[in-house]
Ligand binder design. Sequence first.
Ligand code: GLY
Length: 371
Amino acid sequence: MIEICPSGQWRPALQNAFDFAQKQVKNLVERDPDFYPMYTQNGHWRHTGEAWTHWCDGFLPGMMWIFHARTGDAEWSQLAERYTRPLEPRKMDRNVHDLGFIFLSTYHRWHKQTGEKALNDVVIQAGQTLALRFKEKGEYMSSFMGPDSLFIDIMANVGIIFYAALQTGDKQLLDVAMKHSLTSRRVLIRGDGSSSHEGMYDLETGEFLRQTTQQGYRGDSCWSRGLAWAIYGFTSSYNAVRDARFLETAETCADFYIRETPADGVPLFDYDLPEDGPRHLDSSAAAIVAAALLRLAKLTADPAKGVLYDQTARHILLTLSQPPFLATEKEGWEGILAEGVYHLHKGLGVNESVMWGEYFFVEALDRALRA
Ligand code: GLY
């Protein structure tokens, strides 16, 4: 159970973390210009470890857009533009289910800062492309693994389809986003608020077959980052269309996170690990949840829950803003947040910095510091 220690001290710690984040990103772009890293090895972004799938390129420029919006420093907008432009061709990329991650962090933030229509058109096209993954039988968008695979991660991307649908008035797009969200809710979210990473389908009949996982401990366990994507994603879906079912799901998953996570707010990479198994933390799950809870706190209809979600988010951020999570005391460490996990079974990015952890940490810090 997360234990909130009321403290007036969160602001200086979070501001310090935000400043450290800018320093680490500046060092990265000076040391290794125009490189889009994914996870560190021994604290270094440049290595030859495999990507598994190509989904992270928006997160580095996304942080730059946040730095610019918060500081007004023109150097950040120049860098953000330089790192965002090369991503445009990916608006047609049909090989990944991650176009929300790539374009909501970049072109969407850029458009919000300038209002330029051409930038918005890129976001809309990316949403339209993502929707092409929709399977009529089964009513879900398939993961990059194959047409019979549904990932909870896609919930954190479906927001770009809701956005494209609402911008264009395209009812078919809206239908895809609604159906995908409702299917994920039905087959990947359990009664206790835990989540499954992956669902498998029979392509002939559209029948849902079973829950399984790629990155979690096992098929019936709760992978903590998957839960984080669920909280973030259902919050975004509710924000887009105000369907009460999405709010209820976001809150049920958030309540599981608060109930089952250790007092400091950072979970193990899976909630069902055996005592004698590998027990690595995942700071990136905590960062994503902090960002989601700050949004959910403003959307919930229950004022007591609003306070709980807001205070929990600040408590998590306070934990992440200190060692061993904030990498200030790790000599030569190139990331911002240590203690993340990408893919344990493949041995990728274990106890390392991960680009999505950096991005959602910066997003959450920015939101918290606005209050
Ligand atoms: N596959 C996305 C993630 O690692 O969370």
